[in-house]
Design a protein around this ligand. Structure first.
Ligand code: 5RP
Length: 220
């Protein structure tokens, strides 16, 4: 999709020789990883940290050198997608189920560049159901407690089976409607035992690049 590709490729322009680069997950980041692969073939020297097994496999295929997160103190720039971005650059992430590793990698990153197509830019978060990662043990109880915060919850099912994250956990998608206080909601959800993390990323993004279908971009 053109809008995703142009945003992702713009973000790659910020990557310089010698950097440690975080690779996000999803169909927008896919284009950034492809572009990085081309640049590595032409001589760009980077080390990358992947946020999912899918992105790791793609990077390997393209010959992008990978480094373990345990071996580094910081990441220079991470390029990642989002399901929603509000006016204050709060995000909903986790549509692809990689929210936990994405948040860990983002927290190590000096810069987090978010690449999205125009449909992801919203005034207020909440149209996209918020993904929450939770451990399997007692997940029904955990799910009930989350729903008491005021949402309709749905265990994520793929191919007639519960979706399992790269960390061996479940995802529950939570429809809260408009989210007026994302920071408070983030804290409330993560206080529930059994919750590993949720897809709200509060003011971690340092840049947002929006791509449009006609090939134009807005670099915020
Ligand atoms: C994966 C994510 C993705 O970044 C998010 O779902 C956006 O994906 P896409 O670029 O395919 O629309 O958070 O966990």
């Amino acid at each position: 999709m053109e809008s995703k590709r142009v945003a992702a490729e713009k973000a790659v322009e910020y990557i310089r020789d010698g950097m440690v680069v975080g690779l996000g997950t999803g169909s927008t980041t896919y284009w950034a990883i492809q572009k990085l692969g081309q640049k590595v073939k032409s001589g760009l020297s980077i080390n990358a940290v992947a946020t999912s097994i899918n992105s790791e496999n793609l990077a390997k295929e393209l010959g992008i050198p990978l480094i373990s997160i345990s071996k580094i103190e910081e990441i220079d720039i991470t390029i990642d997608g989002a399901d929603e971005v509000d006016d204050e650059w709060n995000l909903i992430k986790g549509g692809g189920g990689a929210l936990l590793r994405e948040k860990i990698v983002a927290s190590f990153s000096n810069e987090l560049i978010i690449v999205v197509d125009e449909s992801k830019k919203v005034n207020r978060l909440g149209k996209f159901p918020l993904p929450v990662e939770l451990v399997k043990f007692g997940y029904e109880v955990t799910q009930k407690k989350i729903s008491k915060l005021g949402c309709v919850t749905k265990l994520r099912i793929v191919d007639n089976k519960p979706f399992i994250t790269d960390n061996g956990n479940y995802i529950v998608d939570c429809d809260f409607g408009n989210i007026d206080h994302p920071k408070d909601l983030h804290t409330a959800i993560n206080m529930i035992p059994g919750v590993v993390d949720n897809g709200l990323f509060i003011k971690i993004a340092t840049k947002v690049i929006v791509g449009y279908q006609d090939g134009s971009i807005v670099d915020l």
